[in-house]
Ligand binder design. Sequence first.
Ligand code: CA
Length: 589
Amino acid sequence: MNRFIATVVAGVLAMGTTAHAGVTEDDIKNDQSITSQIVTNGMGRHLQRYSPLDTLNKDNVKNLVPAWAFSLGGEKQRGQETQPLIYDGVMYITGSYSRVYAIDVKTGAELWQYDARLPEGILPCCDVINRGGAIYGDKFYFGTLDARIVALDLKTGDVVWRKKIADYKAGYSYTAAPLIVDGKVVVGNSGGEFGIVGMVYAYDAENGDLVWTRPMIEGHMGTLNGEESTMTGTLNATWPGDMWKTGGGATWLGGSYDADTNTLVFGAGNPAPWNSHLRGAGTPAEGNTGDNLYAASRVGIDPQTGDIKWHFQTTPREGWDYDGVNEVVPYTDKSGNKRYATADRNGFFYVLNREDGAFVSATPFVKDISWASGIDETGRPIFVEENRPGNPAASADGKKGEVIFASPSFLGGKNWMPMAFSQNTGNFYVPSNEWGMDIWNEPITYKKGAAYLGAGFTIKPNYDDHIGSLKAIDPDTGEVKWEYKNDAPLWGGVMTTAGGLVFTGTPEGEFIAFDDETGEKLWSFQTGSGIVGQPVTWEQDGEQYVSIVSGWGGAVPLWGGEVAKKVNYLNQGGLVWTFKLPKQLASAN
Ligand code: CA
């Protein structure tokens, strides 16, 4: 190549770089170690929610003070489950009803607000929440309750592109934070209670073109660059008849990314309907196992093609709404093994091999699990058959199956609220709940846009003095190192730091810092409404900051039962609280 052409090529490359100014793949890859910004959900795509910052520590956390607060305003309060992102002097948060705010991180002043202006007739199952966005290049990405993915200009909040994920009239919506991998925006879908089909979608971050799709239910075809790619599973291997066509498996909590094995890991929710007898449970003679793959599973996916690399089903023949969506966190164990950990709705804490998703171990992380007596050496539950809700077809009038008590409840030993992994202690900090339910099955047929459960339930506390239980768990042994009990169910995210701190919030409004080794409560602050958001920390001008969004809501207050008395007095809200450790107090004891 002559010098002239080389110069032109270099110039084109430089222009290309300019066009992608802003957050780079390297920024995203190194989000955990770049402590001045937070550009991913989970403070790193492994979702460890661990900060290497230790300026704020066990000795000086008592000096953590509010720096500013920001109101999400209006009458649209409801649950605020978001995680703030911090980039170039700006905090970006999503709010209830699919809103986004850009806030000056020094002053707490609003820079812009975007409101998705939702249509009538959206069908969110479990409050009008949003769990956060993603930043890549010069854009902010987030999902909406009418099942769209929206790219906004970081500086102005103007819409750059907006794509429909799926039809909200059929029950689809989206609330999880998108995941950015190699220039693609990877998202899932919500709507498992409406007989939708769970799917993972990858969009070109620049223009929103759909690159690939991967359905989570066997029999459905994936796509790549607009053409059919491969079928998910083998048609009718684990589903009877046509039930797979409306089989659920919503990917409503998004995914994580393991850079070491170049694998996306997404979880799939409950198979639909809830009534497992309609999906072949206990009738393998029909020629299928009734396991209903890949619902209630974790699935490893190739980020380039959307092909399935491996799967692990936590609850085959699922019949209690034990969605398999909970976050899968890549980490290195105390012996140096590369592992995944996930705390399932079904009450068991699983460790998997990172290479192939193979089962390593499972231990209960809540008490009183009733549906299984344990997990066998292959990773399959040892079912307690009499604790499966009964078949309505076997009842006298065919209208209601036998009522059974199941623990955990359908809201799970752990629900959406993310756990944290400390590289300081090697332990996971798991927000869990001790509760059960009476549950029964009923007949149901699929109708577009209508709830597709075939079940009824009443949720109940298992103990008088607490439902919520934050646990420090040694993943190598499953041992609970310490536990913090909370009256109301825990529903907020957890974060841990190299300073030896574990942060989380309660529905009662307290934002708390615990000692990561002992569980001692070292600091707390009353935020004025219930906390169901996700804490973050970063460093700015030599000072360490911590933020949490406060605003009570989410699924818990919608489902009442005997849990209502523990939460029905709590006030709604909508505030970002930002705290800092002032320089002059950092060394004070
Ligand atoms: Ca569900």
